[in-house]
Write a protein that binds this ligand. Structure first.
Ligand code: NAD
Length: 500
């Protein structure tokens, strides 16, 4: 019998009732290891109604007590770190060390959320007018929803649930149906940490449950992370239904390598950022832009032996593996067909991973590393997000040309420049129209107390994820103007009060 994964509702795991399921694979072997139930609209609506009831008491719990639940949650995440990482690797395929990083970068946002009492403090103006005080407060929205992708099954759900719950909301989390077990474990840990039942509901599902979220009148806000077409769809439908919405999408991150860069450092950075997690990171570098022919030649010369030494394998092989399989057989086919397109459209395939096969794991979703050189901006491999271990090199003759490539691309998630020239780095950081910038840092994912978000087609809506923005996204401001009898003038006032 295949294991069934249901939902987490009102503080416990429950079986799904839809009779519809999606396969959860072990990407290293290609075997189906579980089936996850796909919720119906009725299941979603019932979970939202229960969450709305639970939210009232949770919002009334003072912020310090809510923060203590977060504090306990951090302790439990640390206690179960290895267990979570093991399950994460088995469903996602990333290495054990990388899976621990996935949990850790989420945990750091929960640590930030322990500051909720401070972060939720309002503003106060004493004597704004004669006998008048003005103050503002940040109040919870009610029930909010998080819809998350497969590639960070711990980190991104934690980015959503931490701030939403710390602000006093209830949350419906709809994780990716590809690797749903870790989000379920996170919900169990929150119950153990003292979160009241119903305040976090995990609903597994696909488009049906997402659409039910978008159309449910009780859901006040939606935070989404995933591919751009779905981000755009969710943003349009949620906002048309009057919801607050932030949707983060796909990416094509460029790294510019200036002639003065340390070429070994740049090549090492590209190897990790291009091929780590099999390229399935929204902050992966997928385009290298060396400036000048000599820089390009040196870079390719340094990259090729490093790529040829990459160790691809299952997470069970431990530290002997640099990256694991991709998420599904369909993802593998899509990546390899993009590689074929690159070859047909004239890019130079300098490292060809197409024949890659791993003995004993022939049915696993492993993809060998690929490196394309002399890629041009009209090619599909340049325009589209491949989301696999495929790095493209676009040669630029000048800094301005390189900057232009990154500026003109429709995605704007992350970017990096490698240089020793402070002026060039400063100019780049100032002018680039991309949300997250690295200077000699290939994957500039901001820390928990800063904010994360892409520009252009990588992000719809304002306010970023985590950091102070998250506390703004998950609350609304109420402003009170107060006057007591001693300050009230006699008689009616018929014109708008102004400050004279
Ligand atoms: P995806 O868009 O396929 O799925 C994301 C979520 O949307 C899942 O929960 C899924 O069930 C749901 N979904 C899928 N199709 C839907 C539909 N037709 N209608 C409604 N809901 C639907 O993304 P993915 O493959 O899970 O994740 C990879 C993508 O996420 C990449 O494009 C990557 O760049 C992006 N990503 C972006 C960020 C960021 O912060 N910008 C972070 C991580 C991943």
């Amino acid at each position: 019998m295949t294991r069934e994964i249901g939902h987490y509702i009102n503080g416990k795991k429950v079986a799904g009732t839809s009779g519809r399921f999606a396969d959860v694979f072990n990407p290293a072997t290609g075997e189906v290891q579980a089936k996850v139930s796909l919720a119906t609209k009725d299941e979603l609506d019932a979970a939202v109604a229960a969450a709305a009831k639970a939210q009232v008491g949770w919002e009334a719990t003072n912020p310090q007590k809510r923060a203590r639940v977060m504090m306990k949650f951090v302790t439990l995440l640390n206690r179960d770190m290895d267990k979570l990482a093991e399950v994460l690797s088995s469903e996602h395929g990333k290495t054990f060390a990388d899976a621990k990083g996935d949990v850790q970068r989420g945990l750091e946002v929960i640590e930030y959320c322990i500051g909720a009492p401070q972060l939720l403090k309002g503003e106060f103006t004493d004597s704004a007018g004669s006998g008048i005080d003005v103050y503002s407060m940040r109040q919870a929205l009610g029930v909010v929803a998080g819809i998350t992708p497969f590639n960070f099954p711990a980190m991104i759900p934690l980015w959503k649930m931490g701030p939403a719950l710390a602000c006093g909301n209830a949350m419906i989390l709809k994780p990716s149906e590809r690797d749903p077990s870790v989000p379920m474990m996170l919900a169990e840990l929150l119950t153990e940490a003292g979160l009241p039942d119903g305040v976090l509901q995990v609903i597994n599902g696909d488009k049906d449950s997402v659409d039910a979220i978008l159309d449910n009148e009780t859901v006040q806000a939606v935070g989404f992370v995933g591919s751009t077409p779905i981000a755009h769809y969710i943003y349009s439908r949620a906002t048309a239904n009057g919801k607050r919405c932030q949707c983060f999408g796909g990416a094509k991150n460029h790294m510019i390598i200036m002639p003065d860069a340390d070429m070994d450092q740049a090549a090492d950075a590209l190897i990790g950022a291009g091929y780590g997690a099999a390229g399935e990171r929204c902050m992966a570098i997928s385009v290298a832009v060396p400036v000048g022919e000599e820089t390009a030649n040196k870079l390719i010369e340094k990259l090729v032996p490093r790529i040829e030494k990459l160790k691809v394998g299952p997470y069970t092989a431990g530290a002997d593996v640099d990256y694991g399989p991709v998420i599904t057989g369909a993802a593998k086919e899509n990546i390899l067909s993009m590689v074929e397109t690159g070859v047909e459209q004239g890019a130079e395939l300098v490292v060809d991973g197409r024949g890659f096969s791993l003995q004993g794991y022939e049915d696993g979703f492993f993809v060998g590393p690929h490196l394309f050189d002399k890629v041009t901006t009209d090619m599909d491999i340049y325009k589209k997000e491949i989301f696999g271990p495929v790095l493209s090199c676009v040669r630029a003759q000048t800094y301005e040309e390189a900057l232009g490539y990154a500026m003109d691309h429709e995605y704007g998630n992350g970017t990096a420049i490698f240089t020793r020239d402070g002026d060039a780095a400063r100019d780049f950081a100032k002018r680039i129209n991309i949300g997250m910038v690295g200077i000699n840092v290939p994957i500039p994912v901001p820390l928990a107390y800063h904010t994360f978000g892409g520009w252009k087609k990588s992000g719809f809506g304002d306010l970023n994820q985590h950091g102070p923005d998250a506390f703004k996204f998950y609350t609304r401001t109420k402003t009170v103007t107060a006057r007591w009898p001693s300050g009230i003038k006699e008689g009616g006032e018929f014109s708008i009060p102004v400050m004279e």
